[in-house]
Ligand binder design. Sequence first.
Ligand code: 4NP
Length: 169
Amino acid sequence: MNPTLGNIKKIRLLFVCLGNICRSPAAEGIMAGIVEKNDLQDIIEVDSAGTSGWHEGDLPDERMRSHGEKRGYDFCSRARKFRRSDFDDFDYIIVMDQNNYTTVKSMASSPEQADKIHLMTDYAVQYSSLDEIPDPYYGGSSGFELVLDLLEDACEGLLQSIKKDYSLF
Ligand code: 4NP
């Protein structure tokens, strides 16, 4: 059933990376801002998770938080590991790179679940030549800035895609 403004079934988005402390919490925070700016917070919900549980319970990486703050974001979600029940709880599972894609896909137990998995870069508008959001964890500042540029672009594209999928105009 498609949601309409009068008959709301929330559209739930889950962003997934490896550690859930750099890319996916940033995607979650950026998308939450876009959803709010478009007054869609009653319709679209966002969350994030990691394919590893290495940083379970942690705030996002300090470097990602401070690069985000300079752009007006407050990335403050707590890391958690991706779980099989996420396939039931979310409509879009949006992964940051090919490794995340392989890991999440291996946990899908039906074609319908597998169909929920999308690559973040598939929603890119300006940066459409990349096929991954590069992992910034072992790099320097420019890597974090690049990730934020890519995510801001892809989150705008994602909203357009959702609006089209659900006829939200
Ligand atoms: P993320 O980045 O997947 O974007 O959260 C990473 C965070 C932590 C590690 C690797 C990548 N790590 O090796 O702990």
